[in-house]
Ligand binder design. Sequence first.
Ligand code: NAD
Length: 311
Amino acid sequence: MASVAFIGLGNMGLPMALNLVKAGHEVTGFDVSASNLDGLTSAGGKSAASAGAAVAAADVVITMLPAGHHVRQVYLGGTGGGTGGGAGGGQDGGGVLASAKPGALLIDCSTIDVDSARAVASAAADAGFAMLDAPVSGGTGGAAAGTLTFMVGGPEEAFARAEPYLALMGKAVIHAGGPGTGQAAKICNNMVLGISMIAVGEAFVLAEKLGLDHQKLFDISSKSSGQCWSLTTYCPVPGPVPTSPANRDYQPGFTAEMMLKDLKLAQQAASNSGAATPLGAEAAALYTVFANNGSGKLDFSAIIKMLRGTC
Ligand code: NAD
């Protein structure tokens, strides 16, 4: 069994770390919010007082942090060479790269911008560490059930080493290519999701105006060329798919503010790389209005309410 350091024990990180504990690994956690460590220690994990202390003896380091500047700070130390800094990547001053033991495998599972992922992976390689970006799809439910999908960027050998650990937390572990391609896959996928949810929402709103029943549109479109995940798995109106958030007043699920975060990352990457993404830009604009209206904590499928003009 391996010694694993897990940094960032929030809504996603804690249940992921618990699956590693369950599998028999020795997990040492660190989070700037000390109370987030209780869930790990009560399940048999250990807590550390800093990121540096958590990683000192670890064979594998896993991070699950909010955004790119947190990841830069936790790995690089200080302000991480990024904007914003944030509190306490390690109150001992150094980041993961300064404190991890030689040969440790570094895996960042956060959803962050491609440029930060590549910058940190490059610094890790310079310091002699193998590093992967491995963002996930599947939400808190998938994290608890161990059924996440991991999209992994980085060297082939590092991927082979990481796979057995990631498989304890997910049902699908896919190597996307070199450094940063896991993040690229995540934002491309979620840009499709954001756009398709708006498209499906618009179709239901138009159907309402034309006197076409929700269930009838679902029955027809789910067997026609409009078929897509946003319709058949996550239908934004109550009824046709009983498990979709529409049936529980749009409690998440995947919040609109998280969707907005990913759409903004996609727009940032599109702008940096010169890719044309006009529908991605429009989706980001619509989710910005929706979140600014106070609906950011609702499931992202609730955007249909704004399209209908009811919020
Ligand atoms: P969260 O805010 O619940 O957890 C983040 C944790 O990181 C917090 O506990 C916070 O205290 C800790 N943290 C922040 N800065 C730190 C630092 N410097 N050192 C140590 N700990 C620090 O967020 P989450 O929902 O767990 O999401 C984590 C990542 O996963 C994000 O990048 C998010 O976009 C991505 N993600 C989330 C979901 C979801 O449904 N929640 C789904 C897929 C991907």
